[in-house]
Design a protein. Structure first.
Length: 148
C-alpha cells in the first residue's frame, strides 16, 4: 500500500515506525498514531542502530502535541521483534533497507514515507525547534491520510 492510501488497511493490527536511530522521526510518528488510534492498533517504533535517548527537541515538540515521550527509550529492530508487525513504515533509507530484508522472510507490508530529517537544520534554538515542528506536523498529516 502506498502513502496515498486512505484509512487503516483491513487486518492491520500492528504498525512499526522505523528510522535510523529511533531518536527523532519514528518515535514522533508512533506517538502520533497511538494518540490517534488508542488501543485499536498496537504501535511501536525502532531504529536500525541503537541510541541512548530520544532527541530533547523531539520530547519538547511532542509535549506541545500532548504526547509524552519523556519516559520512553529508543529501541532497535532486534528489540521489538519486527516480524510480529503487519506494517512497517520506514522514515529513512536505512530503515527501508532493513525492512525490505525482513519482508522477504515474514508476511508484512512495508511503506516508505519520505520524511525530512530535522537534525540537519542549523541555527538558533527557535529555528531548530521549528524544523522539528514541521516534521511532527508533516507526520500528523501523513498519519491522518493513511489511517483516517
Amino acid at each position: 500500500m502506498g502513502e496515498g492510501d486512505r484509512g487503516a488497511a483491513p487486518g492491520v493490527r500492528s504498525v512499526l515506525f522505523a528510522c535510523t536511530m529511533n531518536r527523532v522521526r519514528s518515535p514522533m510518528a508512533a506517538g502520533l498514531l497511538r494518540r490517534r488510534l488508542g488501543a485499536d492498533v498496537f504501535v511501536d517504533s525502532c531504529g536500525v542502530q541503537g541510541s541512548e535517548a530520544f532527541d530533547p527537541f523531539v520530547v519538547a515538540v511532542m509535549a506541545e502535541a500532548e504526547v509524552d515521550l519523556s519516559t520512553q527509550r529508543p529501541k532497535t529492530f532486534d528489540d521489538v521483534g519486527a516480524d510480529g508487525f503487519d506494517l512497517i513504515v520506514c522514515l529513512s533509507p536505512e530503515a527501508y533497507a532493513k525492512a525490505a530484508k525482513l519482508s522477504r522472510s515474514y508476511a508484512l507490508d512495508v511503506e516508505v514515507w519520505d520524511t525530512e530529517d530535522p537534525t540537519t537544520v542549523d541555527g538558533a534554538r527557535d529555528q531548530r525547534l521549528n524544523a522539528y515542528r514541521r516534521v511532527r506536523d508533516a507526520l500528523e498529516r501523513k498519519i491522518a491520510s493513511r489511517f483516517g
